[in-house]
Write a protein that binds this ligand. Structure first.
Ligand SMILES: Cc1cc2nc3c(=O)[nH]c(=O)nc-3n(C[C@H](O)[C@H](O)[C@H](O)COP(=O)(O)O)c2cc1C
Length: 332
């Protein structure tokens, strides 16, 4: 039996397969199933910045004077307050129930007072905090630099507040990806998760309405992740975790070879159940035995851009080259 363990965010994981943030990680019963199936760690369902702000604004409640709006606000306040307390309880109960690292998650759009809440997460016993930051760069008046500044501002505030490791989970809409992620990795964070996957826009031509593709990922959806893990892993000053399209043991292995310290799985377990994690670990173990690896550290990053014989392959994008270069190994 090979040693499947890895280190991620300074934490020791018994497997590089992490159960990523999803509805399966918002209750202890389901998290226990994922841990029993062999998950190396779990990322809790995200708490949203807006939920936290209701907590921060608590003082305002005292200034309400009984108008209809105030009563509505009060109801919203208590509903949100409940969800924050429930989140802290979830962290504590999960820590008491499973013996794998528990990574809390906050979805945020801006720096702000909500950052104070990160301290409560730390106090509740979370082993790390994943910040799921996403700004769709759709505003005509903002440049890429404007958007990037927000990410740095959030990180600056949170790193000052807590001592547990911080990972940043990002989307893939950045113009100067390598430069941006390299600078992000030098801010004191411990990891970057590449990439979050969002609702894909679609159009229903019968009803003529905007709609969305199913959330289900496929192995092909991992290709962009694999590319950026391979390009960045030799250069960044923090760990990288792969997310999107980790659907089987083979995709886990590929991302480790490209340089990921860990992988996150969601669609596969939402669709087929926690047993997918067991299958991924079994496949990883069999592959390591077959290739003569006793530890994951022996092959993590073996095929990153610095190590491969033809580093340019990671940057190959044009199909023209696909057809003209006879060295290209065509997919079987
Ligand atoms: C139903 C659903 C809910 C999700 N909720 C969250 C969330 O709260 N926070 C987060 O960071 N990611 C969330 N995600 C994104 C996943 O964690 C993951 O990054 C994405 O699904 C890509 O991984 P996959 O290809 O394995 O599905 C969610 C995904 C799905 C499908």
């Amino acid at each position: 039996m090979a040693d499947l363990s890895t280190t991620y965010l300074g934490l020791k994981l018994k497997s590089p397969v992490i159960a990523g943030s999803s509805p399966l990680t918002d209750n202890v019963k389901s998290i226990k199933k994922l841990a029993d199936a062999g998950a190396g760690a779990v990322v809790l369902k995200s708490l949203f910045e807006e939920q936290i702000m209701m907590d921060v604004d608590a003082l305002q409640v005292n200034n309400m004077h009984g108008s209809y709006d105030d009563i509505e606000n009060l109801a919203t306040y208590f509903t949100k307050q409940k969800s924050i307390n429930e989140y802290l309880t979830l962290i504590k109960e999960t820590k008491n129930t499973v013996d794998i690292p528990v990574i809390a998650s906050i979805n945020c759009l801006s720096p702000g007072e909500w950052v104070e809440f990160a301290k409560k997460i730390e106090k509740a016993g979370a082993d790390a905090l994943e910040l799921n930051i996403f700004l769709m760069p759709a505003a005509l008046e903002f440049t890429g630099t404007d958007y990037e500044r927000t990410y740095f501002d959030v990180i600056d505030q949170v790193t000052k507040k807590i001592n547990i490791p911080i990972a940043i989970k990002l989307g893939s809409y950045f113009s100067g990806m390598a430069n941006f992620l390299h600078r992000l990795s030098q801010t004191g964070i411990s990891g970057i998760v590449l990439f979050n996957r969002f609702y894909d826009t679609d159009i229903d031509i019968e009803e003529q309405i905007l709609t969305s593709r199913s959330y289900n990922s496929h192995a092909a959806d991992n290709s962009n992740v694999l590319r950026w893990i391979g390009i960045l892993s030799p250069h960044v000053s923090c760990d990288l975790a792969a997310s999107t399209g980790i659907v089987n043991g083979d995709t886990v292995i590929k991302n480790l070879l490209a340089g990921a310290q860990a992988t996150q799985v969601v669609s596969a377990i939402l669709t087929h159940g926690a047993g997918e994690i067991t299958k991924m670990n079994t496949r990883l173990n069999a592959w390591m035995d077959e290739k003569g690896y006793s530890k994951t550290a022996e092959f993590i990053g073996k095929l990153n851009q610095k190590e491969v014989k033809k580093p340019i392959l990671f940057e190959r994008t044009q199909f023209m080259k696909y057809f003209s270069n006879l060295d290209y190994v065509s997919p079987k």
